[in-house]
Design a protein around this ligand. Structure first.
Ligand SMILES: [Zn+2]
Length: 211
């Protein structure tokens, strides 16, 4: 019966990372859950327009499996659960940087429609972090993974600020939360946007960093 349900995609009895038996409803086994902890030392390099940032872990192993599962299997529950697991680490950075506004990049409409949720929003809910939606997307663009570096920079320019936030951002400290840090191009562009309308400080928090 269980195998039959699994075939239907209703029951998932295996860990999404190592295929050992998963804890019920969690999609992960006990060992993999224990592997989810902040990784030190992450190599930090300067990102233009970002005052400071933190990364929870490397984009590998269990974390990578989880991030991929959330995106490709459209699993908002796993995103919320993950939010709970990174909660302490994220809140430590929130307390250090003391932001007035916490926000995240928006998905383009096409991706939002196919996925049905924004994974960062679910992670923030899981971590009990209050957030605002400061950005909006303009136009359609292909998934970042398929683009070379030059095109990624161009794609990141498809974000703009929501009109109602332009005046509000003056003098504010803003924290942007994102899932994967790759080139830093997107976060840099978003922070530049915030600073251009008078934000006082821009910080960033990433769930993972690509190697
Ligand atoms: Zn496992």
């Amino acid at each position: 019966m269980r195998n039959f349900l699994r075939l239907l995609g209703i029951s998932q009895a295996e860990c999404i990372h190592c295929h050992n038996p998963a804890i019920e409803d969690l999609f992960l086994c006990k060992e993999c859950i224990q592997d989810i902890k902040p990784f030190h030392p992450i190599e930090y390099t300067h990102i233009p327009y970002v005052f400071s940032y933190r990364v929870f872990g490397k984009y590998e192993g269990v974390l990578k499996s989880i991030v991929q599962q959330i995106k490709f299997s459209k699993n908002p529950f796993l995103a919320r659960w993950l939010g709970g697991s990174i909660k302490d680490h994220l809140w430590e950075f929130i307390e250090q940087t003391n932001p007035d506004i916490i926000t995240f990049p928006e998905l383009n409409l096409r991706r939002f429609w196919t996925r049905g949720f924004n994974q960062i929003e679910e992670i923030l809910k899981g971590a009990e972090v209050p957030y605002q939606r400061v950005f909006k997307r303009v136009g359609f663009d292909p998934p970042m993974a398929r683009l070379d570096k030059k095109k990624r920079i161009k794609a990141s320019q498809t974000h703009t600020l929501r009109k109602e936030w332009i005046e509000v951002l003056e003098g504010k400290k803003v924290l942007i939360v994102d899932d994967v840090l790759t080139t830093g191009g997107t976060i840099s562009r978003l922070c530049e946007l915030l600073l251009s309308v008078g934000a006082e400080q821009t910080n960033a928090y990433f769930l993972t960093k690509e190697l």
